[in-house]
Design a protein around this ligand. Structure first.
Ligand code: NAP
Ligand code: GDD
Length: 331
C-alpha cells in the first residue's frame, strides 16, 4: 500500500515542490484547495494531475475533518497560511485566523477524527518568529533554542501555530514536528516576495518590457535557500522515530542589495542602482533587519543539507524569468 499524504497550501511554492517530492517517492498525494473558483486550480490540474484535490479552508473546521476522512493520511503537512509579512500588517485579524488559529483547527480535526496517534504532522514554522532583534550570535545564527521575538502579525500568528503544535505533541502524544524554516525561494516563488519580484523585473528590464523596479527597504538581510532543498527536510522530519523541531537554513546571510547585484549581473548590467527606485509603500511598520540560521541540528540528526547556494539560486530564478517573459515564447 502506498503511503498517503495530505498537504494544505498545495497551490503555494512549497506545496508544489513537496507534492513533486512525495509523488516521486510513490506517495498518494492529497491537496487541500480553497475557494469556489481558485485561479490556480487549472495550473495544478495541468501540471500535477496526480494530486487528488479536496476543497477546504483552514478557517472551516468541518472541511478539515472531511479532508482527513477522505484522504485517510499517514502524514499531514500544514503549509497553508497567510504568508506575506507586509500583507499581514494590513490584514492582521485574517492572519491570526488563518496562520494562527487555522493550525488549531487542523490539529483539532486530527484529534476528533481519531487520527492523533495515527498520523504524522508537520507544521510550517518560520524564522520570522525570531524577529532579528537579538542578533548577537556572530557566525552561528539562530538555532532551535534561540529566543522568539516576532515583529509582525504574521510572526506572532506563526508563533501561536508553533506552540499549539508543541502542545498537542506534549498533551496527546502526537507525532507533530515543527520545521523552523528560513527563507527559501525559487522559480515557483510568488511574485509578491522580494526575490521573485526582482528576478522577474530584471528579466523584463532586459527584454525591454519595463524600465525600473520599485522596492522598499534594501538593507535587510536574509538567509536564502532553495525551496526544492527545504521540502526534503520537511519529509525527513516526519520519517524520524520521534517528533521534534528543526531549523532549516543555509548558515549564510545576504542583503537585498547583494541579491540585486547578482540578479542584474546575470543579464550583464553592472550598475543596478540606475534601475531601482525606492517606494515607501513597500516599507513595513516594523522590520526584521537580519536573519541567519544555524542548521547544525538538522544536518546532524536528519542528515539534511542544502545543495543550492546563493549564487546558483539567483541565477536559476533570473534564467527562469527570462524564459517565462521572453516574447518568442509567447508567439
Ligand atoms: P505560499 O506560496 O504563500 O502558499 C501559501 C498557501 O496557503 C497557498 O496555497 C494558499 O492558497 C494557502 N492558503 C492561504 N490561506 C488559506 C486558507 N484560509 N485555507 C487554506 N489554504 C490557504 O507559501 P510558501 O512559500 O509555499 O510557504 C509554505 C508555508 O511555509 C507557509 O505556511 C509559510 O508561512 C511557511 N514558511 C515559508 C517560508 C518561505 O521562505 N517560503 C519560510 C518559512 C515558513 P491560495 O493559493 O488559494 O492562496
Ligand atoms: N515583499 C517585498 N517587496 N519585500 C521587500 C520589498 C518589496 O518590494 N522591498 C524590500 N523588501 C524587503 C522586506 O522589507 C524584507 O526585509 C525582505 O525584503 C524580504 O521580504 P519578503 O521577500 O517579503 O520575505 P520575508 O522575509 O518578509 O518573509 C518570507 O520569509 C519568511 C521566513 O523568514 C515569507 O516567505 C514568510 O512567509 C516566511 O515565513
Amino acid at each position: 500500500m502506498p503511503k498517503k499524504a495530505l498537504i494544505t497550501g498545495i497551490t503555494g511554492q512549497d506545496g508544489y515542490h513537496l507534492s513533486e517530492l512525495l509523488n516521486n517517492k510513490g506517495y498518494e498525494v492529497y491537496g487541500l484547495i480553497r475557494g469556489q473558483q481558485n485561479p490556480k486550480l487549472v495550473r495544478v490540474e495541468q501540471e500535477q494531475p496526480y494530486i487528488k484535490l479536496i476543497e477546504g479552508d483552514l478557517t472551516d473546521q468541518s472541511s478539515l475533518v472531511r479532508s482527513i476522512e477522505v484522504s485517510e493520511p499517514d502524514e499531514i503537512y500544514n503549509l497553508a497560511a497567510v504568508s506575506h509579512v507586509g500583507y499581514s500588517f494590513r490584514n492582521p485579524i485574517l492572519t491570526a485566523e488563518v496562520t494562527g488559529k487555522g493550525v488549531l483547527n487542523l490539529l483539532e480535526a486530527i484529534r476528533v477524527t481519531g487520527y492523533a496517534n495515527k498520523v504524522r504532522f508537520y507544521q510550517a514554522s518560520t524564522s520570522e518568529m525570531f524577529g532579528g532583534l537579538d542578533y548577537n550570535r556572530p557566525g552561528k545564527g539562530y538555532d532551535e533554542n534561540a529566543l522568539f521575538h516576532p515583529r509582525s502579525p504574521y510572526g506572532v500568528a506563526k508563533l501561536y501555530g508553533h506552540w499549539i503544535t508543541k502542545n498537542y505533541r506534549e498533551s496527546y502524544g502526537m507525532h507533530a514536528s515543527c520545521g523552523i524554516l528560513f527563507n527559501h525561494e525559487g522559480p515557483r516563488r510568488g511574485i509578491e516576495f522580494v526575490t521573485r519580484k526582482i528576478s522577474n523585473a530584471v528579466a523584463r528590464i532586459h527584454l525591454g518590457l519595463q524600465d525600473h523596479i520599485e522596492l522598499g527597504n534594501l538593507d535587510s538581510k536574509r538567509d536564502w535557500g532553495y525551496a526544492g532543498d527545504y521540502v526534503e527536510g520537511m519529509w525527513l522530519m516526519l520519517q524520524q522515530e520521534k517528533p521534534d523541531d528543526y531549523v532549516l537554513a543555509t548558515g549564510e546571510t545576504h542583503s537585498i542589495q547583494d541579491y540585486l547585484e547578482l540578479a542584474f549581473k546575470e543579464v550583464g548590467i553592472e550598475n543596478w542602482h540606475l534601475y531601482v527606485k525606492q517606494n515607501p509603500k513597500f516599507l513595513r511598520p516594523a522590520e526584521v533587519d537580519i536573519l541567519l540560521g544555524n542548521p547544525e541540528k538538522a544536518e546532524k540528526i536528519l542528515g539534511w543539507k542544502r545543495k543550492v547556494d546563493f549564487e546558483d539560486l539567483v541565477s536559476m530564478m533570473v534564467k527562469h524569468d527570462l524564459e517565462l517573459e521572453s516574447p518568442n515564447k509567447l508567439t
